[in-house]
Design a protein around this ligand. Structure first.
Ligand code: ADP
Ligand code: ZN
Ligand code: ZN
Length: 816
């Protein structure tokens, strides 16, 4: 008897055994997908990870439905890496599999399929079965895979559907409801009826009295002969000097056909390749230092101040790896940064750059997956956010992790709760490739590893082109308020600097780490603050929508006109967010254009790009934003950065608060004066003498590092201890309290290390679920594997207690 061992895309830790024939046994390879039945009637796409002849003892092995791939879609290195992730981050292997693959690869009987809206379908090219599916979708907008099984009259439909997805005819339903609309360019081509020459002659004859239409047609032929690129409507109109209504008339007559392409996917002309850049002396030294470090170590930290030209060093390094045929993975903390980077990299490497992240559609992600698997020349360099780590690299030579200190590299929810930087280092190890971590403000953990020689360390202390580090001026808010030198939330110092910069035509960035208008609406009479009915937080006031909104669950209500508690109409706002700053600017600088960049203004696939582009094009004078601004954007005309209030960052109940405040303020400051003129930063604070603020002012990373490291040691935090945080959630307050206490007691009795809790977190209820947390601190020298096994056993026995079973638990290893 022959069996295949598979992973199912479900939150299950076990793998499952299915029966196969001898022929199938010989055909299947590890990493191929297989459609299998599971449960009563479901079909899933499973992943083969092992072939064997051991019959399972606990259940009778079912037969598979169908083998879906002709060759492996997932490499053995990936399978091993995913298993490492499951075990290190204490989650189900099925969670990793599901999270790693584009969902178009994971068809299941419940998947809902639709026709792609602007699909160009040539019905004659469809097979009978494909036509049946296509035809059914002309009568209803979507179908479940199990409906398709009925329509086609056979179970094995996954490959047919997959092919139609690959050909851009079908899409998964989830994408149809996505809100964004990629920016599309309209292109034109001749209708296929006129492919034959005699028809074309007849057509021209027909049009002899419609001069304009004829002109545009001739113009089209001219363009078509002289360029290989698709012809856009815009180009055609410009070229023929005829209005676009004439084009439309020809489309209506079925002479032209209109189609749409996404702009960033139109092929890039290699001739535009930027000429080789010249590294500065400091850059060249850093480059040589990295090369030297890589001869001894697999990981190197590039600690270079903001605007030291790290990207150019990466580019030079990538060049070397491409030259020997390797693939390069470039991880970014934030999708918003990809546009700028893709621009810089394609200018250098042309069509070898591919992008992979969650805002790309399934079809696009499937395409990149296949290119990486084939080691295609179109995807030698992959830029992506953390999930790009799961791609099927063949010849991975280098991983660059830019802004490595960013916490967004850690996935928070759902499982797998992995840290992309750390998981990348493990992945690189199996590929025998190198990892370059880059940052102006490295995380304490990484700098610690570099300082203790586990990683190589290369530093650049000057900005590119001899630009000076920005000058930082501290403004004492207490004093300013006392002396009545404030207008709204702006000190006179900040306003003077702003007026000066604006007079010179320079741009300004204002940083406020809170969105909305103000975080709290308060009744002056009774002190009542409206809170979210589902979460334990006050609602944030959004003035332009006149709403109160919960930033945890999305709940919203119209702003009340009087207090729900005492009916008083005297309501006031407390604290302030980006929206309020933007409104104050409108009256302070009415003639200037302001923009806002926060979660509220950057929804959708191209939300960021719009704002970043108009700021870059200087259509916006003053940009107000949250921490999104701190993430490595490169603007050349910003001379002033204002930090509206440094204090709310410092006083977060979090052991990383000072480290993060330092990073955030230094990074935002780094946006100032990136070319020629020295930049200026104004930091408004109630605590100008706070160590962290002094460290930012003096650009004293090492001072911050040493102070924080000392605290981490004293208070038992990373890098000296590893943290595992267990979150428990339930709607019943008392049951949760009791369950959390039970688990805590078991853990503290069985683990010979600090176990803290069960704690009520600062926000102790979200979406009507109460929350408790338990924190385990594992000393660095203890064997992690054994401890995790013990923890898992205790979690299993917790789940075995009937009254605690409904309590949800989530394990977060290396909690960030
Ligand atoms: P960082 O990532 O270290 O903050 P960047 O790589 O964005 O810095 O570089 C800062 C600016 O200096 C960019 O505008 C970049 O184009 C420019 N620059 C850096 N190195 C060079 C170079 N060798 N030649 C020309 N311009 C450079
Ligand atoms: Zn009241
Ligand atoms: Zn809420």
């Amino acid at each position: 008897m022959y069996f295949v061992e598979v992973i199912l895309p479900l939150s299950l830790s076990k793998t499952f055994t299915y029966k196969v024939s001898e022929a199938e046994y010989n055909y299947i390879k590890k990493g191929m997908r297989i459609a299998v039945p599971f449960g009563k009637s479901k079909i899933y796409t499973a992943l083969a990870i092992e072939l064997h002849q051991n019959e399972p003892t606990l259940y009778e092995a079912k037969e598979i439905h169908q083998i879906l791939d002709e060759s492996p879609l997932v490499t053995e290195i990936q399978i091993a890496h995913w298993q490492w992730i499951a075990s290190y981050y204490m989650c189900a292997i099925g969670d990793v599999y599901r999270g790693a693959m584009p969902s178009a690869f994971l068809l299941e009987s419940e998947t809902i399929i639709s026709q792609k809206q602007d699909a160009v379908v040539d019905e004659l090219q469809l097979t009978d079965e494909e036509f049946l599916i296509y035809d059914a979708l002309q009568h209803q907008s979507s179908l479940k895979v199990q409906d398709i099984i009925a329509i086609v009259g056979k179970k094995n439909v996954f490959p047919i559907i997959q092919k139609l997805i690959d050909r851009n005819i079908l899409v998964l339903q989830e994408e149809v409801i996505e809100l964004y609309k990629p920016k599309l360019t309209r292109y034109i081509r001749l209708h296929q009826d006129y492919a034959a020459e005699e028809n074309l002659v007849a057509l021209l004859d027909n049009l002899k009295n419609a001069k304009k239409q004829k002109d545009i047609l001739l113009s089209y032929f001219q363009l078509n002969a002289s360029q290989k690129k698709p012809i856009s409507v815009k180009q055609l109109v410009e070229n023929s000097k005829v209005s676009s209504t004439v084009v439309k008339a020809l489309v209506d007559k079925n002479i032209f056909e209109e189609y749409h392409l996404q702009e960033d996917r139109v092929s890039f002309d290699k001739n535009q390749k930027e000429k080789n850049l010249q590294l500065s002396t400091a850059q060249q030294q850093a480059f040589d230092g990295i090369a030297a470090a890589f001869t001894e170590k697999d990981v190197c930290l590039l600690h270079g101040v903001t605007s030291s030209g790290k990207t150019e060093i990466y580019i030079q390094l990538i060049e070397d790896y491409l030259a020997v045929g390797k693939q390069v993975l470039y991880l970014l903390p934030e999708i918003a940064l990809t546009t700028q980077l893709v621009g810089r990299l394609t200018a250098h490497f042309g069509n070898q750059v591919a992008v992979f992240h969650s805002k790309y559609t399934n079809n696009e992600r499937v395409e990149v997956w296949r290119q990486v698997l084939e080691d295609s020349p179109k995807a030698k360099i992959v830029i992506g956010a953390r999930s790009a780590l799961f791609l099927p690299f063949q010849e991975l030579g280098l991983i660059i992790i830019d802004e490595e200190h960013e916490q967004t590299f850690k996935q928070y929810d759902p499982a797998p709760r992995y840290h992309a930087r750390d998981a990348a280092i493990v992945l690189a190890n199996s590929h025998k490739s190198k990892v370059l971590l880059g940052s102006a403000t490295p995380s304490l953990e990484t700098y610690f590893n570099a300082a203790s020689s586990k990683y190589g360390l290369v530093e650049i202390t000057e900005r590119f082109g001899n630009v000076m580090m920005p000058e930082i001026e501290l403004v004492d808010l207490k004093d300013k308020y006392f002396r009545k030198r404030m207008k709204g939330h702006f000190s006179d110092t900040l306003l003077e600097n702003m007026a000066e910069a604006l007079a010179l035509g320079e741009q300004i960035i204002l940083f406020q780490n809170r969105r909305g208008y103000s975080p709290v609406l308060e009744c002056i009479t009774c002190g009542h603050v409206p809170e979210c009915p589902q979460c334990d937080v006050s609602l944030t006031y959004h003035k332009n929508k006149n709403q109160l909104r919960c930033h945890y669950c999305g709940y919203s209500m119209a702003k009340p006109t009087n207090c729900h508690n005492c009916s008083s109409v005297d309501l006031t706002t407390k604290g302030f967010g980006t929206e309020q700053i933007e409104m104050e600017l409108a009256s302070l600088f009415p003639e200037k254009k302001t923009g806002r960049m926060d979660q509220d203004t950057t929804r959708g696939k191209y939300g960021y790009e719009k704002i970043i582009d108009s700021f870059k094009n200087r259509e916006i004078d003053i940009l107000v934003g949250t921490q999104m601004l701190a993430k490595g954007l490169d603007f050349d005309n910003v001379s002033l950065v204002g930090i509206m209030n440094a204090d709310n960052m410092l006083y977060h109940p979090d052991f990383r608060a000072f480290e993060r405040s330092y990073q955030m303020m230094t990074q935002v400051s780094g946006r100032a004066g990136r070319s020629e003129k020295r930049g200026k930063v104004v930091i408004q604070t109630y605590n100008p003498n706070h160590n962290t603020i002094q460290q930012v002012t003096n650009n004293d990373y090492i001072g911050m590092y040493k102070e924080q490291l000392y605290d981490r040691h004293i208070f038992k935090y990373p890098p000296y201890y590893r943290l595992i945080k267990i979150t428990l959630k339930h709607r019943d307050f008392d049951k949760l309290k009791e369950g959390a206490m039970w688990l805590y007691q078991v853990m503290s009795q069985n683990l010979d290390m600090p176990v803290l809790g069960p704690e009520e977190p600062a926000i102790s209820r979200i979406r009507n679920e109460y929350i408790r947390t338990i924190m385990i601190k594992i000393p660095q020298n203890q064997p992690l594997g054994g401890i995790k096994k013990t923890i898992q056993k205790m979690l299993n026995s917790f789940e075995a207690v009937p009254q605690y079973r409904p309590i949800k638990t989530a394990v977060n290893v290396d909690f960030y």
